[in-house]
Write a protein that binds this ligand. Structure first.
Ligand SMILES: [Zn+2]
Ligand SMILES: [Zn+2]
Length: 194
């Protein structure tokens, strides 16, 4: 598998979720469009050879770079994925808890408004839908809360999955030693900052 460097980079997804599901941690790149996710899976991820999938987390200050690539049985439609994201609680939980293995699945991310959800759905402000006033622009009714509008999101996981076993967390000093990471930063960070 000669030149990783000719594989195009792809970052047109909204983020990455980390969920326990089927007893293992799942790494879930998130898309807003189900069709787009399904066709990326079909064209690019399905032809990946599981043991060769590399997933890297490069930590730079409060952010991290999610970087993923693999050898493939279909080089014409191969892509490598990356996204710069803020460190989150779920990310830290995954870092501590993955145990060297995880499932890769794609997810579809949907924003939900007050009309779309059940009464006990939780808003981004941590209060339930029933604590938001349906009559008055859905403000939160807790006095101590300054939430002006109910908002929450739902992640639907696509069923198909791959098993990840090559998972690494890296710091800035390590980045030159990892070809996938180094390649990603050269293509998507250093070349653009000048
Ligand atoms: Zn709220
Ligand atoms: Zn609230």
């Amino acid at each position: 598998m000669s030149s990783q460097s000719s594989v195009p980079w792809y970052d047109d997804f909204v983020g990455v979720a980390y969920r326990y599901y089927d007893l293992r941690m799942n790494v879930v790149p998130l898309f807003t469009d189900r069709k787009e996710a399904a066709s990326l899976w079909h064209d690019t991820i399905h032809p990946w050879v599981d043991p060769s999938i590399k997933i890297r987390f490069l930590e730079l200050d409060d952010n991290y770079w999610f970087i993923m690539g693999s050898d493939t049985q279909k080089p014409d439609t191969n892509l490598s994925f990356f996204k710069e994201l803020p460190k989150s609680e779920n990310y830290e939980r995954f870092k501590k808890g993955h145990g060297g293995e995880a499932y890769l699945r794609l997810g579809v991310y949907a924003k939900k408004s007050l009309d779309d959800v059940k009464k006990d759905a939780v808003c981004d402000c941590n209060h339930e839908a029933q604590d938001h006033d349906e009559g008055d622009g859905d403000i939160c009714l807790f006095n101590s809360c300054d939430c002006k509008k109910f908002s929450s999101f739902q992640v639907n996981l696509l069923k198909k999955k791959k098993i990840l076993t090559d998972i690494k967390f890296l710091e800035e000093k390590d980045m030159k030693n990892d070809p996938l990471v180094w390649n990603c930063l050269n293509a998507n960070k250093f070349s653009k900052s000048e």
